[in-house]
Design a protein around this ligand. Sequence first.
Ligand SMILES: [Zn+2]
Length: 416
Amino acid sequence: MSVSMQFNHKRLQSDFNALATIGATAEGGVNRPALSPAHLEARAWYAAQVKQAGLALQIDGAGNHSALLRSPNPSAPTLLLGSHLDSVPEGGRYDGALGVVAALEVLRSIQEAGLNLPVHLEAIDFTDEEGTLVGFIGSGALAGTLTPGDLQNPRGGREALLAGLTRAGLTEDGLFTARRDPATLAGYLELHIEQGPWLYDSGVDIGVVSGIVGIASFRLAFSGRANHAGTTPMAARRDAGLGAAAFILAARQLVLDNFPGCVANVGALRLEPGAFNIIPGRAELALECRAVDPAELDRLQTSLLERAQREAESFGLGLEVSALGQHAPAPMSQLAQQAIQEAAAELGLSSQSMPSGAGHDAQNLAPLCPTGMVFIPSVDGISHSPHETSRWDDCINGANVLLGAALRLAGSSDCA
Ligand SMILES: [Zn+2]
């Protein structure tokens, strides 16, 4: 048996194209928010492909849809391959969808080649990856990190969550039955578009993801004194807006100077009372920062908050900081990274180790089992947009690397 087997390119492309018509938008993207009618239609399409391929279909309590190719050994662990069929509102055709159709194609290819592997193979479509409702419902439920509290005040609103669950025939209690024993998992591999410009600009074929960034979020409130904008002398003002503005600029410089590879963003800013003729008495902003290394994420957030305090003092302002939670960085396993790198090399493709600046289901799987991600170039780095595109050759390369890496991780060469 060769680990250099390749799959049916035409079938992958026709699957991809068929899927892109479900929830298609006039701009050329797709609109398939989690558990929306279009998303459920995509899932029904997937279920039909699974059955047509003669694979077993499994739908768990969290709505995750899986194709199964069973090992002759019933007690074998399961190697998961997958991604997600939901999209952001007005999203692109590649994000998530490519990884799901490629995972399915890997199973079909191995089935058709008549390979008996020492693992069960599962091509899984995870629920609510994009966070329309809660965020990572499917992978969080599988990993056991989803909690009942997460469902009480979800980011998409409680009503939207309950309506979506009802549409999909799911229940809140049922979600938690999707939990798996890590001992049953041999690993998780995900093919995904990079969603940034690095691979495309550098001409590298394949990104071997080293880790998924950790994210820390804060709400900062600078407080000064609201006063008449016409009669208060400039030197006597305690303008909360100035503290916020100075901090936004300082945060950018701090990251550029001291935290290469990290990012910080102020994505929302509100001045109160908020009028032409009133000096802002309060300025609230939403701060997020990301780093791949846990210690660096700690240093980054400490530095940003210290800087905010200094800017507040320099304008005579108070500062309140609310920490709004944190996703820990998720390093990918060495075993999986090596399997991906070797699979790329065997296909004559260039590859490069790189972090993922975006969150993925793989971050929930990483603490459970050997987990890896394969990135392919995004044209001009555009994603979460109807203009999101990857060259089809790159998609084929990525799917072939997924296949090669899966065979390696399955330990298939040991039982040839
Ligand atoms: Zn995605």
